[in-house]
Design a protein. Structure first.
Length: 337
């Protein structure tokens, strides 16, 4: 029904406009009985809050944007689920925006394209430089996610990729593996993610008394499972010898599993494998994947808390914070003896 107003819902439900507003904004102090009554009136009338009207009345729309490369990447799909749930608890809805990891797509996120639509943005960049991000619209509150470019003027929440990659590699070294490769980084131009993970990988090798070998860096044409299948397959067919693989992410690990299985190489018997992200499917691959599990709940909660502070007027220097992670050991590596 077009033109349904908040007062129409209030009249049908027999409550005040304030009560309807409290239900719409999901305020916790509304009783379950009253919430059900008001929601029934909302559903019957087909009422939808007017975002522009809300912005004029309160200065806010109740929407925030979450921008990242692609929802086809399982990590981002799971990030979106966690952020949406956390935002809902804070009274926000989340608008997903895919950038396709292109410069134009990312520039659109930090430009005036979001003017008037959202109260703030959580943004995981893949392409933009720190300097360019710093020049974004200052009146659009923003928090950067991940290990990409992040100017000192903007808040950022991330996992320590260097330490996490070090832990995964050290786990493999503790198993007695001595030819440990790294799989899945970009063939043409390393992302910040790959740079940091390779750095942690190299440090762990050196601490274990192993000499880093550039031949063991197995790149992909694209950051994908298919890219890893091709990369690992070509490496094996070309005679490269390794007994363990640190994979840039779980998709690369899944691709490595397939490439090795196709060639009759046992995991973890002949080659141990670690992934990264702890996506849901990592627990049900065969064998199940040992993987780095970022604390997505902590990341979402901290990022949203910072964004709310920015929305409310906080204008201090950017706060760069690290949330936790853990190494989840499964069948693809096994436990050290």
């Amino acid at each position: 029904m077009g033109g349904v107003r908040l007062q129409d819902v209030a009249a049908l439900a027999g409550v005040s406009m304030k009560t309807v507003s409290n239900v719409v904004h999901d305020y916790p102090h509304v009783s379950d009985k009253m919430r059900t009554r008001v929601q029934a009136a909302i559903d019957e009338l087909g009422y939808r809050p007017n975002l522009m009207g809300r912005r004029l009345a309160t200065g806010r729309t109740g929407l925030i944007a979450l921008a990242f490369a692609s929802v086809e990447i399982p990590y981002f799909a799971e990030l979106a689920r966690v952020v949406s749930a956390a935002a809902h608890r804070r009274g926000y809805r989340v608008l997903l925006e895919e950038t396709d990891a292109t410069l134009d797509g990312e520039r659109a996120v930090v430009s005036s394209s979001e003017a008037g639509m959202v109260d703030g943005v959580l943004f995981q960049p893949s392409t933009m430089t720190s300097q360019e991000i710093a020049q974004h619209r200052s009146d659009l509150p923003m928090v950067i996610l991940g290990e990409g470019a992040a100017p000192l003027s903007i808040d950022r929440v991330m996992v320590d990729n260097v330490i996490a990659a070090h832990e995964a590699t050290a786990h493999l070294a503790a198993l007695g593996r001595t030819r440990i490769g790294f799989v899945g980084h970009e063939r043409d131009g390393l992302s910040a993610t790959s740079v940091q993970r390779i750095m942690g990988y190299q440090r762990a090798l050196e601490e274990a008394g192993l000499t880093p070998d550039p031949a063991l860096l197995i790149a992909s044409e694209a950051v994908s499972a298919a890219g890893a299948v091709a990369g690992v397959g070509a490496a094996v067919d070309g005679g490269l010898v390794f007994d363990a693989l640190v994979c840039r992410d779980d998709l690369a690990a899944i691709g490595a599993l397939r490439a090795l299985r196709e060639r009759g190489i046992a995991v973890p018997g002949q080659v141990a494998i670690t992934g990264w992200d702890n996506i849901h499917m990592s627990a049900v691959t065969f064998p199940s994947l040992t993987t780095i599990a970022p604390d997505l709940t902590a990341l979402a909660e901290r990022a949203l808390a910072m964004l709310e502070e920015r929305i409310s007027g906080f204008g201090g220097i950017g706060r760069h914070e690290i949330v936790g992670h853990k190494l989840v050991v499964r069948e693809s590596t096994g436990q050290p003896e």
